[in-house]
Design a protein around this ligand. Structure first.
Ligand SMILES: NC(=O)c1ccc[n+]([C@@H]2O[C@H](COP(=O)([O-])OP(=O)(O)OC[C@H]3O[C@@H](n4cnc5c(N)ncnc54)[C@H](OP(=O)(O)O)[C@@H]3O)[C@@H](O)[C@H]2O)c1
Length: 279
């Protein structure tokens, strides 16, 4: 085979096999045309996730309890050329959850991605001192609302031929943080929710995955990273000797929602800098 013939056959191969030409990785990481709901997305990990999805071309719907926070997040993301809309939604409230879904349908025409990111922790102390009220609040917001949001969006994902659901858990799901008993339990429950939903929703071409962040620099974890002593103790347990940035969670979530992760479901990815690595 002379050089020209060989070149022609390589070009022909690339035309019918875009994978070999590198086009596959570009198109498979793209979320262009997708519509994503991210709960609790006006700050921290939720906001970084909205940005990561938006940068890959998704149209994102941000929400949280306070209108002022929603307005600020929408303005910030728009200034970064992200297609975004926003509404208030306290995920613990059924009417708010329905409003979030309806607003998304009205303004974006469908739903492809749900990132269930909201969580609360109103208690610190011995698990034996927790009350029914504390358990109701934590399980209600962190677990029950994650399921009820999923139940609301699944019929709309089915209409689009499939979708992705991501739950935001925590390293505390595996290795409890001292003093945060009910919160840790709620995060372990999300691993179970992921595994229970994944096989059922696979029939509808919906993948269900979970991300378990370690200590990430947000307001939620400020008590940890603002204390030098706590940080020094923490660093001893980290392989990567720093705490994580919200963007490092957002990127993993965007990957899980992309076609590059098309064979991953029912999985939890730990993003912890090596804290409590598991086999
Ligand atoms: N940061 C960490 O180190 C870390 C580690 C492991 C897991 N996580 C998990 O990551 C998720 C996000 O945490 P974060 O650190 O990013 O928190 P964050 O920076 O404090 O942001 C919290 C966001 O949640 C909203 N929010 C709070 N309660 C809400 C509710 N009931 N309904 C809707 N929105 C609500 C807040 O806005 P409004 O005040 O306007 O509602 C804000 O936008 C949580 O599930 C958390 O458990 C965090």
């Amino acid at each position: 085979m002379n050089c020209l013939v060989r070149m022609r056959s390589v070009l022909g191969f690339l035309r019918i096999n875009p994978v070999a030409g590198g086009q596959r990785s570009m198109s498979q990481s793209s979320l262009a045309g997708k519509v994503a709901i991210v709960t609790a997305s006006t700050d921290g990990i939720g906001l970084a996730t909205a940005r990561a999805l938006g940068r890959r071309g998704a149209r994102v719907v941000v929400s949280s309890r306070r209108q002022a926070n929603v307005d600020k997040a929408v303005e910030l993301l728009r200034s970064q050329s992200i297609q975004v809309t926003g509404t208030t939604c306290n995920v613990g409230n059924g009417e708010d959850r329905e409003k979030l879904v309806q607003t998304t349908l009205d303004q974006c025409g469908g739903i492809d991605i749900l990132v269930s990111n909201a969580a609360v922790n109103p208690f610190f102390g011995s698990i034996m001192d927790t009350t029914e009220e504390v358990w109701d609040k934590i399980l209600g917001v962190n677990v029950k609302s994650a399921f009820l949001m999923t139940k609301l969006v699944v019929p709309h994902m089915e209409k689009r031929g499939g979708g992705n659901v991501i739950f935001v858990s925590s390293v505390g799901a595996y290795q409890p943080f001292p003093g945060l008993g009910p919160y840790n339990v709620s995060k372990t429950a999300l691993l179970g929710l992921t595994q229970n939903l994944a096989p059922e929703l696979a029939h509808s071409n919906i993948r269900v995955n979970c991300v378990a962040p370690g200590v990430i620099k947000t307001r939620f974890s400020a008590a940890l990273w603002q204390s030098e002593d706590t940080m020094n103790e923490l660093k001893k347990q980290l392989s990567i000797k720093r705490i994580g940035e919200p963007e490092e969670i957002g990127g993993v979530i965007a990957f899980l929602c992309s076609d590059e992760a098309s064979y991953i479901t029912g999985e939890t990815i730990m993003v912890t800098g090596g804290l409590n690595c598991r086999l």
